[in-house]
Design a binder for this molecule. Structure first.
Ligand code: SUG
Length: 413
């Protein structure tokens, strides 16, 4: 039986605020602040627990080995010798944002009947450009069954940021879908991180025939929508998007209605919620999920509740007779301060859970064990000047290796 499984990135012990992500307003605003990796990881784990309790299957990806000495060696340096900016890039915990791990085309959309995953190259941002090899190693283990096909990254210079720029619409998860590949052309002062050449390559590699290629609006990128999932989210037959998310929404919506007549488009008008409010509150960076009773819920950051115009609009939405029936705020403030909301923290894979390596699937007992590990081994705080400390690097490595032991995943060491 095909199900949607959310694989969340466990927030790593090196989580910090180095301000590495140009065009991501939260990352810039909080640059130089002191992070709280332990609280961050516990917030993420409590989100996973809450989703399990809603009756949703839940998976996990692990933090990567940091500092990334192999990447530093490719640059001819070491953690001890690297200049502080390069060292911060080598220490980033950015693989927590699993929506950027890969693009996923579930089996009903592909000609060979396997679920295809292409690991994202993330070449636009230096701190993310070295994630893909660690991610690929995990995908190869988690999805080792012949029901999956795993692809290496699209080659540079074509930027690919994975599922954050990909939406799948379908009658229900197990039915054939229309896959929407969203790319950027221009973004005012900010880079467009998803390139159309990469999107087209992924669609070809996966054999997706019912694919649409849709440009992000320049206004959205310029306002801080460095990924499409900051201004739009889809689930089954519902597309929930800001009025200014796309460059040419009329053509996009018409194409979508032609390919999937039952689609329901819920658009948030700019005169009710500005792009600025949408990006600051991360209203669209919600997990739009189908609950076991068939209704849909939005799992939102608490910041959406704290933004009055956004919360008012959302309450009107659920009071109406539409498909979205519930609003569920979750506290992921530590990740939010780096521009990562509930939807950034997860990669959706539609497949039969029996085909997934069970070490990557969670139940509450495993979440309890992970909470204990985090509480014992994750640093309570990282101040900016601590990034250069060999003692911190040791603590970060110990925390990760304890986690590998708890999950019986020593082969990822
Ligand atoms: O790539 N932030 C991430 C946030 C990713 C959010 N993902 C999605 N929208 N799906 C990024 O910009 C900040 C790291 C720093 O500044 O230290 C960062 O990488």
């Amino acid at each position: 039986m095909l199900k949607e499984i959310n694989f969340d990135g466990l927030i790593g012990p090196s989580h910090n605020y180095a301000g590495l992500s140009f065009g991501n307003l939260a990352s810039a605003k909080n640059a130089g602040g002191t992070s709280a990796p332990r609280a961050a990881a516990l917030q993420g784990l409590e989100k996973m627990r809450a989703n399990l309790r809603l009756g949703l299957p839940q998976g996990l990806f692990l933090p990567q080995d940091r500092p990334d000495t192999a990447w530093l060696a490719q640059l001819g340096t070491t953690p001890e010798a690297a200049d502080p900016r390069i060292l911060a890039n080598a220490l980033s915990a950015s693989s927590m944002w699993a929506a950027n791990a890969a693009t996923v085309s579930p089996a009903p959309d592909t000609p060979d009947g396997t679920c295809h995953l292409t690991v994202a190259n993330l070449v636009t941002m230096p701190h993310r450009s070295h994630e893909w090899s660690g991610t690929l190693a995990q995908l190869r283990l988690a999805f080792a069954s012949p029901h999956f096909t795993i692809h290496a990254p699209v080659p540079p210079p074509f930027g690919d940021e994975g599922a954050a720029n990909h939406m799948r619409l379908c009658a229900h998860h197990g039915a054939p879908g229309v896959e929407v590949f969203v790319y950027g052309v221009a973004g005012g002062p900010f880079p467009a991180r998803q390139h159309i050449e990469a999107s087209r390559a992924v669609a070809r590699l996966h054999g997706v025939t019912r694919a649409l290629f849709v440009a992000q609006s320049e206004a959205a990128i310029a306002a801080g929508a460095f990924h499409n999932d900051v201004v739009a989210v889809a689930n089954e037959r519902v597309l929930f998007a800001h009025e200014q998310a796309f460059a040419d929404k009329d053509v996009f919506y018409a194409d979508l209605r032609r390919l999937l007549p039952e689609v329901e488009i819920i658009e948030v008008p700019a005169d009710r919620v500005s792009l600025g409010d949408a990006i600051q509150s991360y209203l669209f960076n919600a997990q739009l999920v189908t609950l076991p009773d068939g209704g849909m819920a939005l799992i939102l950051p608490t910041e959406a509740q704290d933004t009055p115009r956004v919360w008012t609009w959302l309450q009107e939405l659920v009071a109406g007779n539409g498909p979205i029936r519930r609003l569920i705020p979750v506290d992921v403030r530590q990740s939010m301060a780096n521009g990562g909301g509930p939807a950034c923290l997860r990669l959706r894979v539609v497949c039969d859970p029996a085909y997934v390596d069970p070490r990557f699937l969670l139940d509450e007992a495993k979440i309890d064990r992970l909470c204990q590990t985090v509480t014992c081994f994750w640093p309570a705080e990282i101040a900016p000047d601590a990034l250069a400390s060999p003692a911190l690097w040791r603590d970060i490595r110990t925390a990760r290796s304890e986690t590998l032991t708890v999950l019986d995943l020593a082969e990822l060491a």
